[in-house]
Design a protein around this ligand. Sequence first.
Ligand code: NAD
Length: 485
Amino acid sequence: MHAVRTPVEDRFDDLYLYIDGEWVEAGNRDTSPVINPANGRVVGRVPHATHEDVERALSATQRAFGVWSRTPAYDRAKVLKRAAELIRRRAAHIEWLMTTEQGKALSEAKYEVASAADYFEWFAEQGKRTYGRIVPSRRAEVQQLVKRQPIGPVAAFTPWNFPAITPARKLAAALAAGCSVIIKPGEECPATALAIGRALEDAGLPKGVVQILFGVPADISAHLIASPIIRKVTFTGSVPVGRLLAAQAAQGVKPITLELGGHGPVLVFKDADLDAAATLGAANRFRGTGQICISSTRFLVQQDNLEEFTQKFVAATKALKVGDGHDPATQVGPLSNPRQVAKTQALIEDAVARGARVLTGGKPIPGPGFFFEPTVLTDVPLDARVMQEEPFGPIAIIRPFATFEDGIEEANRLPYALGAYVFTRDAQTAIRAGDELEAGMIGINHFSMIVSELPFGGFKESGYGSEGGEEGIDNYLVTKFISQI
Ligand code: NAD
């Protein structure tokens, strides 16, 4: 695989911690490398926060909460809208940073940065609508008010697969509600999150309201979650880490929002548009090189269509152009890190050892970079690991089903309930499937699911608490009633 020869490493942003309005350089602190996944080269080193850094951030977040929570929602909205505008103005640079540190195709980075800006704009307006109510009382002299107020300082943890949208969803909603936030983005992709922090600072956010830390994830999260200053936790990432953080938050009886993994079924019914299901399905499955929690992973095809769908899907997969995300022709970039290559390979080997057939792909692409062939598997037995665990890499599975009930049963078999998709031309089938699928987000005849005005989230082991939409701000508010004579 040939990486595009752009002098990307020379132009990469310097990396800092952002504490109490100060951009803190590494100095004597530990650092970890940031690697361009398209060629394996180190593009920067991210500083790790010390114990004292985290303590300083905690004091600052407490102080800043006092300021920001008392700032009128109208004024908070102005800052958030300016930040959205600055992100849009700086989009070309942020997209470029993201592709360099995360690997995704520039076209996807473009979409992601635009979407991150949308979250700030949407929540700027929602912050003005955290209405309370007056409830008629049982006594003439009593006034009863129900008010919603910001919950307090928030600790937010975001992953490396969506380095702009995942911080934006949490920051925008929390800031609109009046909370201060300490965020620890993924260490693999720090520059994108820092660029969002810059936009917020330049938009006029008072110091300490948002702070950005990096480090050893388990150390930072344990420190922040145990602090009595932090009143709310929010995490996007894997199920095991979500479980761990939920247990830590429970010690302080702190609410937590969890957006965890998925294993998205796609039900292709006998009356489906097979061309659309196959071409949109392959594009969706290999978007982000398969490292997307709501990705379509299990293509469940009603028996009569199996052969035709499989042919079309394999052809669409083979037509995808794999390469350096900076090449405008690239549709599928590298995996984000060597862990993902090893995990993807292990899942395929396990499936093949149990009788699965590889219809295309199946192997890592020799370096430089962490590339992997888009892979389609069939005849995968249910006891294969890939039929249980989220395949967070470029693996699509095709399986037949007989009746509507069989399809729904397989779709709902796993402990996940995040994204699910249906292809049918029959309105009744669409309605029934929408009702019976266990998933927080369901796409019927299409795959576009991430927009700021809609709730994003799942249930079962995929987590709880919706981000985005009207629901998104609820995560950061408490309800009080005041009864007054
Ligand atoms: P991981 O489980 O080690 O980490 C997942 C995320 O949590 C990373 O961003 C990591 O920095 C963070 N993290 C890990 N331990 C933490 C802790 N104690 N406190 C706070 N944050 C912590 O695995 P990984 O190798 O980075 O990713 C592997 C799997 O995670 C993927 O295969 C996928 O299933 C899942 N994942 C899901 C999402 C999502 O959007 N839901 C995003 C990234 C990863």
